[in-house]
Design a protein around this ligand. Structure first.
Ligand code: NAD
Length: 508
């Protein structure tokens, strides 16, 4: 890893606060980043303190005044160059993601690919920030709408996508004319430092002022400074529902804007008319990929009674083939959980499931011994449950898969919708009526609803996000950019008199 860290400008002790090329002294706590892969210390990072935060925020505000005057296509050109740098650094950055977060190397590289893809998307978008032209009810008047940047965008991100989620927000926010302050997860600070170096080089090469891309490493308090700062126009926060509720309350108290991307509890319906072999791949990858630590991880399978036993057996057989170990080794399917706290939550959830009546058809457990010294490797497990049990209604961020039975499709959809979260959902069926019902307004209540595809692994071209306790925000593709801009309606009178709207007569 040493050469990779060097390529990414990561040292043993790193400053954690930056406004671009400049790295600021701060006196926050030291964050030590240990790899869940082998338990070794990768490096330390100095967290932000309140005074340094204010310096960063002031720099960002100043930068916005300049950045908003740069044309959108030119801003897009700079994001294009960032995409180019990411292409060059894909291998080392992907490895660092894998090593610091614990996801497989394929998924680490995939995360960087997503960053590249969103840069490409943002470049095109930079010439397409379209507003509508409307017909005015008054003669000789023209009415249209246009979109302006918001100002400072605060990005709070979670550990499980340590780089991609930031880029989804930052690339779009930048082409829209905003500046960004990023508060990454305290569990993956080095990935953030690596990204900041990559971006800062591009900004410097283009004479872009300090402050367009800011980084504040730190704990929850750093996120709270951002949320309470009235100069931060938009907070885009990705993480747990607990965090989202706190963020929503503090930002709403000052009438700021939020994009909330919170927890999921995603289900796949397996119809009696499913292609079961295809469904199996989608279910197993969805449940164990990233060791069950994706917001879109498959947590529940709702299986038709007539295929329940045979599909359960397929799942059990597939789980027996899973290889758990070092995620940098391509032969392994499942890496570690992020830390020992996550392992404890996994164990508590298994216990709770058993107490509530769950029976495990694939047993869980914490792995020990050679290769598992970090204490973060667990066995993906599968339990038979009832939909309304509290543990099934709750998102446990670990590879625990729940199996349930259904008899008719309406019941299956009701079960799928019965949880507080509303992120991703899917149905495997070759029956067109079932598929269309699932996608209809009587179907899935989630932000993402798929047919013959699992719940995890969204493409950047669509708007990403979910309903209910998932927060309602949308990021990434489609017209998600509109949340990063303010809409202005303009009416221009080019005539010789002043007719009032609604035909109102007023003379003096
Ligand atoms: P977390 O909520 O513990 O932390 C997320 C971020 O929020 C961190 O940077 C943390 O420091 C910060 N934070 C925590 N409390 C805060 C507060 N009160 N004010 C401001 N900032 C605060 O989440 P995590 O454990 O890092 O990530 C796992 C969770 O994230 C899961 O619930 C997962 O489903 C969710 N997630 C959702 C999406 C999505 O797009 N919907 C994507 C990835 C992860």
């Amino acid at each position: 890893m040493k050469d990779i860290l060097e390529q990414l400008h990561i040292t043993a002790n790193n400053k954690g606060v930056s406004t671009g090329r400049q790295w600021l002294e701060s006196s926050g706590e030291t964050i030590s980043s240990f790899s869940p892969v082998n338990g070794k210390l990768i490096g330390s990072v100095q967290a932000c303190d309140a005074v340094t935060y204010r310096q960063v925020a002031a720099r960002a505000q100043d930068a916005f005044v300049q950045w908003r005057t740069v044309s959108a296509p030119r801003r897009g050109e700079i994001v294009r160059q960032i995409g180019g740098e990411l292409r060059r650094k894909k291998e080392p950055l992907g490895k660092l993601v894998s090593y610091e977060m614990g996801k497989s190397l394929q998924e680490g590289l995939g995360e960087v690919q997503e960053m590249i893809d969103i840069c490409d998307f943002a470049v095109g978008l930079s010439r397409q920030l379209y507003g509508l032209t409307m017909q005015s009810e008054r003669p000789n008047h023209r009415m249209y709408e246009q979109w302006h940047p918001l100002g400072v965008v605060g990005i709070i991100s979670a550990f499980n996508f340590p780089v991609a989620v930031w880029s989804w927000n930052a690339a779009i926010a930048w082409v829209c004319g905003n500046v960004c302050i990023w508060k990454p997860s305290e569990k993956t600070p080095l990935c953030a430092i690596a990204c900041q170096h990559i971006v800062a080089e591009v900004f410097e090469r283009n004479d872009i002022p300090e402050g367009v891309s800011c980084l504040i490493n730190g704990y929850r308090d750093a996120g709270e400074w951002l949320c309470n700062d009235e100069h931060v126009a938009l907070i885009s926060a990705t993480g747990s529902t607990r965090m989202g509720k706190a963020v929503a309350a503090s930002v709403a108290a000052r009438l700021g804007k939020t994009i909330l991307e919170l927890g999921g509890n995603n289900a796949i319906i397996i119809s009696k008319e499913a292609d079961l072999d295809m469904a199996l791949i989608g279910c197993v990858f969805g449940a164990v990929g990233t060791a069950g630590q994706r917001c879109t991880t498959t947590r529940r399978l709702i299986i038709h009674t007539s295929v329940y036993d045979s599909f359960k057996q397929k799942i059990i057989n597939a789980y027996q083939q899973l290889r758990i170990g070092n995620p940098l080794d391509a032969a392994n399917h499942v890496g570690p959980l992020i830390d020992k706290g996550a392992v404890e939550m996994y164990q508590q959830a298994i216990e709770a499931c058993k107490q509530q009546g769950g029976s495990f058809v694939v047993e869980g457990g914490v792995l020990q011994g050679e290769g598992y010294q970090s204490g973060c490797y667990v066995k993906p497990c599968v339990a038979e449950v009832q939909s309304n049990w509290p543990i099934v209604q709750h998102e446990t961020f670990a590879p625990i898969l729940y199996l349930m039975k259904y008899d008719n499709i309406e019941d299956a959809i009701a079960m799928q919708n019965s949880v507080p979260q509303g992120l991703s959902s899917s149905i495997f069926t070759l029956n067109m009526r079932e598929a269309e019902l699932f996608l209809s307004n009587r179907g899935s209540d989630c932000g993402i609803a798929n047919v013959n595809i699992g719940t995890s692994g969204a493409e950047i071209g669509g708007a990403f996000g979910g309903e209910k306790e998932t927060g309602g925000g949308r990021e990434s593709g489609s017209d998600a950019w509109k949340a990063y801009m303010r809409r202005q309606t303009n009416t221009i009178n080019w005539g010789n008199d002043l007719p009032l709207a609604q035909g109102i007569k007023f003379t003096v």
